[in-house]
Design a protein around this ligand. Structure first.
Ligand SMILES: Cc1ncc(C[n+]2csc(CCO)c2C)c(N)n1
Length: 221
C-alpha cells in the first residue's frame, strides 16, 4: 500500500465527506448553482496564491538540492501556468482579474491555507507534503470519479472544462508524482510511531477541503 493509501484508509469518513461532497456531486450532474461555482473560483484563486507560498516553504524545508528543485518547479507550475489557466477560466465565467483581486478572503480559505503553512513551519518536509496531499491527489480522484459517472463528460455540463482539467493526463501525472514523492519522503522519515501524527494532519487537511466545498455552496465569506 502506498503512504497515501494508508493515510486515506486511516481517515475514511473525512475522505468520503470531501470527495463525495454535494458540491462535487452537483458538478458531476451539472446541477450546481453557477453563482456557487463563481464564488468557489474566486476563492480558489486566493487559495492558489497561498499554495505557491507553501511550495516556497517546501524549498526552505528541502533537505537537499533535489527536494529544493522539485519544490521550485511546483512554485513555477502555479505562478506561471496554473494562475494563467485559472484567470482564463474565471474570464469564461464572467469574472474580471480586478474583481478577483479585490475579493475578500473567505474564512474557509484562510483556515485551510494557513493550516497548511503552519503545519509546514512547525514540522518537516513530510508533514508539509502530507498536509498538501489531499488537495493535489484528491482533485485527481474527484476528476476521475466524475468522468466515470455516466461513462464520460457530457459536453452540455457547464462544469465539463473543470472535470476534463482534473481527469486529464497532465493533472493525473502531477498527482502520481505527488504519490511517489510521499513514498520517497516516507521511506526516509516515516516510523510506525509517527504514522498516527501524520494521519491527524491528513485528516485535518481533508476536513478543511470539505469545508472549502461547503464555503462554495453557501457562498460564505
Ligand atoms: C481548494 C483546492 N484544492 C485543490 C486544488 C487542486 N490544486 C492544488 S494545487 C494545484 C496546482 C498544481 O500544482 C491544483 C490544481 C485546488 N485548485 N483547490
Amino acid at each position: 500500500m502506498t503512504t497515501f493509501e494508508r493515510l486515506k484508509a486511516a481517515t475514511p469518513a473525512s475522505w468520503r465527506a470531501y470527495t463525495d461532497h454535494d458540491f462535487v456531486r452537483q458538478m458531476g450532474d451539472g446541477s450546481l448553482s453557477q453563482d456557487a461555482f463563481r464564488h468557489y473560483l474566486v476563492q480558489d484563486y486566493l487559495f492558489l496564491i497561498h499554495f505557491a507560498r507553501a511550495y516556497a516553504l517546501a524549498v526552505y524545508k528541502g533537505r537537499n538540492l533535489a527536494d529544493m528543485r522539485a519544490a521550485a518547479a511546483g512554485i513555477s507550475a502555479i505562478l506561471d501556468v496554473e494562475m494563467k489557466l485559472h484567470l482564463k477560466l474565471c474570464g469564461e465565467w464572467g469574472l474580471s482579474p480586478e474583481e478577483i483581486e479585490a475579493a475578500p478572503e473567505a474564512r474557509a480559505t484562510m483556515a485551510y491555507t494557513r493550516f497548511v503553512l503552519d503545519t509546514g513551519l512547525r514540522g518537516d518536509l513530510l508533514d508539509l507534503h502530507v498536509a498538501l496531499s489531499p488537495c493535489i491527489i484528491g482533485y485527481a480522484e474527484i476528476g476521475m470519479a466524475l468522468v466515470n459517472v455516466a461513462g464520460g463528460v457530457d459536453e452540455k455540463n457547464p462544469y465539463a472544462v473543470w472535470i476534463k482539467e482534473y481527469s486529464g493526463t497532465e493533472y493525473q501525472e502531477i498527482a502520481e508524482a505527488a504519490r511517489a514523492n510521499l513514498d520517497r519522503l516516507a521511506a526516509d522519515s516515516l516510523t510506525e510511531a509517527r504514522f498516527p501524527k501524520l494521519a491527524v494532519i491528513f485528516d485535518q487537511a481533508t476536513r478543511l477541503e470539505a469545508d472549502f466545498w461547503q464555503m462554495g455552496l453557501d457562498r460564505a465569506l
